[in-house]
Design a protein around this ligand. Structure first.
Ligand code: NIG
Ligand code: FE
Length: 400
């Protein structure tokens, strides 16, 4: 088993909070990785002597030393919200939007038609391409939602295919009401809460609902989430994306791990979030791609809300998987400091997925790390659009 010492790290973001630094930043640091986990973190000058036969990794054989040469290292990005199993794309819709057309939930039905028409192998190939894309950009954990099948068989197959690439799979049968149920929405909700949920639950950890005008009402959303919870799934919610609504309050009331979008919030929503364990996951790729106002991250953080950043990568509202881009948008448009944005894209995502094995660089955590071709994490926002990922380790193995 190979052990790795990454040393001469100019700036290490551990996310182990210290004093007034939630990022637990260390200058001149080193990280020792062994058996897929972080074994030691500290100043480079104090790094374990790898030639010492008594040092456990040395006893195991080969030790690789990586000289970061003053570059920054951060935890791997945790993208807690994606929709990566789908067929087709909607570039034409994006183009129309950039020419002034508004985004509406109904576009989802076009992707549903294309996804139903795609074979398992096509979807699998596409998914594998996305996984390569995510890894290359430093995302080491990602969630994937169903929601473009909307029949029992199609939702089950999307959940199954997603489970081949990540343990974080979310059942989103309640994405929109499919056209064949247009006049029978109550029957569709019943199907989602019954046969569809039963078929998908074995492949999924989460249940989600799009609680929004044009998608599902708060009452319908509550039914779906309650049924999912009764099947052993944990809840997450798409809420307050296109306008004010009950999504946030419902998520908090049901103990959801996260409520995602949070673009249109009132003071009651912010207060409810602050008093809860529900993370507010902000998805600025959506506001970028739909020309909506950005969520007010500053207000949420100042109110004491835990904020995560995610890509929402999907063919309609945000067709990007770049967490660096989310960080740049959050800093430029949402009032977050670079440190807050990097924390939200790593530790915040881990909180949104209720994972305590990822999102930080500390002994015992999974060795998911990203080395940047930059001296500090601030460069992720300071140099937008520039590929700054110089090395990625997942479970201690180098991916690039
Ligand atoms: O998170 N809000 C619901 N679902 C996606 C949009 C999906 C689509 O437009 O295809 C979202 O933005
Ligand atoms: Fe989404």
């Amino acid at each position: 088993m190979t052990a790795t010492l990454i040393t001469n790290i100019g700036e290490l973001t551990t996310n182990v909070a210290r004093d007034d630094d939630p990022c637990g930043t260390l200058q001149g640091a080193a990280v020792l990785v062994s058996r897929g986990r972080v074994a030691w973190v500290g100043l480079a000058a104090d790094a374990p002597r790898l030639t010492d036969a008594e040092t456990p990794p040395a006893a195991e054989g080969r030790i690789e030393v990586v000289d970061a040469a003053g570059r920054a290292v951060i935890p791997g990005f945790v993208d807690s919200h994606t929709h990566l199993v789908f067929g087709g794309d909607r570039a034409d819709e994006f183009e129309a939007r950039m020419a002034g057309q508004a985004y509406a939930a109904g576009g989802i039905r076009r992707t549903v038609a294309a996804t139903r028409a795609a074979s398992d192998d096509e979807l699998r190939r596409r998914l594998a391409g996305f996984v390569r894309e995510l890894h290359a950009q430093g995302t080491t954990t990602f969630e994937v939602k169903t929601g473009y099948g909307l029949t029992v068989a199609d939702e089950e197959r999307l959940a199954r295919l997603a489970a081949e690439v990540t343990p974080e799979v979310t059942f989103l049968g309640a994405h929109v009401v499919p056209p064949e149920f247009a006049d029978r929405r109550d029957e569709y909700v019943e199907l989602v809460c019954g046969d569809m949920l039963r078929a998908c639950a074995p492949h999924t950890r989460w249940v989600d609902v799009f609680c929004e005008t044009g998608a599902f009402t708060p009452d319908e959303a509550r039914r779906v989430l309650t049924a999912g919870i009764a099947h052993g799934l944990a809840a997450r919610v798409h809420g307050n994306q296109l306008g004010p609504g009950a999504g946030v309050r419902l998520a908090v009331a049901l103990g959801a791990a996260s409520v995602d979008h949070c673009t249109y919030l009132d003071d009651t929503d912010a207060a409810a979030l602050a008093a809860s364990d529900t993370v507010a996951t902000l998805l600025p790729g959506v506001e970028f791609s739909t020309r909506q106002p950005y969520p007010d991250a500053r207000r949420l953080i100042d109110a004491g809300v835990t904020v995560a950043l995610a890509s929402d990568c999907n063919p309609g509202s945000s067709f990007t998987s770049s967490m660096s881009f989310m960080i740049a948008l959050a800093v430029r448009e949402m009032g977050m400091t670079p440190a807050e944005a990097v924390w939200a894209a790593t530790a915040g995502g881990a909180r949104a997925l209720r994972r305590d094995d990822i999102g930080a660089i500390a002994p015992g955590r999974r060795a998911d790390l990203v080395m940047l071709d930059a001296p500090t994490r601030t460069h992720l926002a300071y140099r937008p659009g520039v590929p700054l990922v110089a090395g990625v380790w997942k479970d201690g193995a180098r991916l690039d």
